[in-house]
Design a protein around this ligand. Sequence first.
Ligand SMILES: Nc1nc2c(ncn2[C@@H]2O[C@H](COP(=O)(O)OP(=O)(O)OP(=O)(O)O)[C@@H](O)[C@H]2O)c(=O)[nH]1
Ligand SMILES: [Mg+2]
Length: 483
Amino acid sequence: MYNVTEEFAHRIRDYYQDPLAPLAKQFMFRRPPTVGELRRPPQVLLLGNHSSGKSTFVNHLLGDDVQKTGVAPTDDGFTILTYGATATERDGPTVVSNPDLPYEGLRHFGDHLVSHVRMKLRPAELLQQVTLIDSPGMIDEAKAENGRGFDFPGVVRWFAERADLVMVFFDPDKPGTTGETLQVFRESLVGIDHKMLIILNKVDQFQSLHDFARAYGALCWNLGKVIPRKDLPMIYNTFVPLADKPKSRLPMEDFEKARDDLVAELRRAPTRRLDNQITQIQSYAERLRLHAMVIDRAVDRFKSSRARWRGLWLLLCGGLAGAAVAMGMLVALPGIAVAAILGFILIQYMILPRIQRRLIARFDPIFEKLHAQELLVRERADDLRMMWAEISPRTCEIAEKSGLQSFEKMGWHKREHLEELTGQLIPKLRSELYDAMRDNESYTSASEQDAPATLPASASEPPRPQPVEEDDRLKKPKRRTFF
Ligand SMILES: Nc1nc2c(ncn2[C@@H]2O[C@H](COP(=O)(O)OP(=O)(O)OP(=O)(O)O)[C@@H](O)[C@H]2O)c(=O)[nH]1
Ligand SMILES: [Mg+2]
């Protein structure tokens, strides 16, 4: 089954290589994921308010005190916890400059962020299957940079887009979505709710059902405001048993079961990865298609206007010169030549830039016209408009800064290939993946045994030892399905 996984991964990589990467370059769209990013290990991102118990949960999963924990805001950086035969640590600059690791993209967030990234390698069995990313707790104020010195919502979005599962922690003291949490939900987690798990943690702190109901209700109410769905996602109510904490008066069995369910979900991250990568390439290709087609149409109109103006002017000046020669008024020729040059300068530096500005201001109607048929289908229309709203500011900026004349036109075969990719090939890839998974019931267990190193050889310590004895808390559920 591992071959099947590899085959799908290859096909995804091939689609990025052709036609997506060349088109992205031609139309100055953001670059597709690197090979390192595509070969990334399955990843789980842990987010949440400060002191909501993310690091304690990580330590519980790994059965070791790998992360510092504490009541005040403790983590101020992102910690990537991944497999290594011996316990070692790497600092941010080393991590982001290794092309074999999928974290090079973090460099764009600046040195300050890089100095707040670290990687911890540990010989934990769970880390052979997934890489965990512990994050700094979210705080109440949401200023431009929150005093963190880097674009926190942007970095969270970067990690969340590349994660196979995003766990968002709340605790009884802060079951709300204010300040930075609100900002992160609105800016970083939009469109990724399919891989998001909401956790109300530390439920052992509740001393009565009434308290629990109040906090749960407050959390639902707050989430309803930031998650644009008719139904709320499931909320896992759980806790980590800690020796130094007082026992709750509530019966804890259900909450313990919720923790087992969470761990089971976490262990499914490897099987979610391909599915997520198909979602990612679909989303990338659709956005690139909108961006490229709108610019391409504008370039088309711009170049025809330019040809018309230049042609007309040439015709006019040629006509005048011809008439002057025919009428023997050769003295008029230098004047006509000067007028011709001045006219060309006028066209080049005044008329064409105005035409360009007008065309860019009309990107929205161009988008509507290009997708008129698709926009008749309601669900599709919502999707398309949402994607266009997301990318159009950048599309306009790129067209303005580079100038429409600098873009090559998209050949019809490239356009057809792109249409085929988004409309048929990628959806087909997903259904083939589902069929392959269904045909091979042993996929889950096989892929877990055969799965490649969670890190490329250069990053983890070879050779890998046999999995360590399983902690009871982390026992795999008996039966797991792919979907
Ligand atoms: N009662 C109880 N306390 C918990 C639980 N999980 C964590 N704690 C305590 O909550 C405090 C904060 O835990 P951390 O794991 O440091 O929280 P964090 O989310 O990593 O915090 P930041 O790194 O600051 O964002 C610590 O004192 C933990 O002992 C839990 O399930 N129950
Ligand atoms: Mg922490």
